[in-house]
Ligand binder design. Structure first.
Ligand code: GUN
Length: 297
């Protein structure tokens, strides 16, 4: 391995410590406690783990955590009603409705019912539009975490060729917008992209977010490139049992890249840390207070 390993776990611990400092100051100087409401519909095991971790880390940062667990069969109207109540609740500064939602619920409708000022996921169309036009918005947590690590590792990103592999609303598209905002030359590649290996070989920065285990081999990587692997895929081990891998083949990529995030321990821990950061940001904005530095895009 020649690449520097970008330690997302340590980076996330640092972000959480900064969040906790801001939270303590908000309480001491203004008597305000930032609050995050998380809504989970149904019993998807992965979502349950996420929600539990979110609740724990919110409380550890000194914030108020409100959890709403609804039955899988909850009617859409009932969920919309809950969102409306959370929008009106002054103790709630951030609202996250865990995705995916059951098929009978229109996820876009639910997301677009959240008050954009409390939309700590940055998924509301108004936040998407603000980000796309370079205005102040709530920025989706995973891309925000990737950007923080890229800035920390590379400093100025301007002029660099960035390839974002994947075009999801949660990661690929907002990531591309953020990199454009940093004056990168951005390509969004996806499953239909022609000559994908050659496109990826042009990347000074590669952000892989396709959800396909070890899809990117080392010989697609430009020597010295910075590789951010958003994928979290569980695969079977030959000797039995399972393990987590990214969208990039770590061993072969690490022999070529300048820096790379591991899976696990790379982007994953940054997502919840950025959710906490967004909640503090939303709380400061709601009260007309200055925003924490270094925790926004
Ligand atoms: N499900 C998987 N990732 C996310 C996320 O970042 N936000 C929400 N709301 N649901 C998710």
């Amino acid at each position: 391995m020649t690449a520097t390993r970008i330690d997302g776990k340590a980076f996330a611990a640092n972000v959480r410590a900064q969040v906790a400092t801001h939270v303590a100051r908000l309480r001491e100087e203004h008597g305000i406690t930032p609050g995050l409401a998380v809504v989970l519909v149904g019993e998807d095991p992965a979502s349950q783990v996420y929600v539990r971790n979110k609740g724990k880390q919110t409380a550890e940062a000194g914030m108020a955590s409100f959890e709403h667990k609804l039955e899988m069969t909850t009617p859409e109207a009932e969920l919309l009603d809950l969102v409306a109540r959370l929008n009106a609740d002054p103790a709630v500064h951030g609202i996250l409705v865990q995705l995916p939602l059951p098929d009978h619920i229109d996820a876009d409708k639910v997301i677009n019912t959240i008050d954009p000022a409390k939309d700590v996921d940055g998924f509301h169309i108004s936040n998407v539009g603000l980000l796309g036009t370079g205005q102040k918005s709530m920025v989706p947590c995973t891309p925000l975490g990737c950007l923080m690590m890229l800035r920390d590792h590379l400093g100025d990103l301007s002029g660099l060729n960035a390839v974002v592999l994947g075009r999801s609303n949660i990661v690929g598209k907002p990531m591309a917008q953020l990199l454009l905002g940093e004056s990168c030359t951005v390509t969004i590649a996806h499953s239909r992209t022609r000559d994908l290996p050659d496109v990826v070989r042009g990347a000074d920065i590669l952000v892989a977010a396709v959800g396909r285990p070890q899809m990117v081999p080392g010989d697609w990587i430009k020597p010295g490139a910075t590789v951010i692997d958003v994928g979290i895929n569980r695969i079977d081990k030959p000797e039995g049992g399972t393990r987590l891998v990214g969208d990039v083949d770590f061993d072969s990529a690490a022999a070529v890249a300048g820096a790379i995030t591991p899976v696990p321990g790379g982007v994953g821990p940054m997502t919840i840390a950025c959710l906490l950061a967004n909640t503090v940001t939303a709380c400061c904005r709601a009260h007309g207070l200055s925003e924490p530095e270094g925790l926004t895009a």
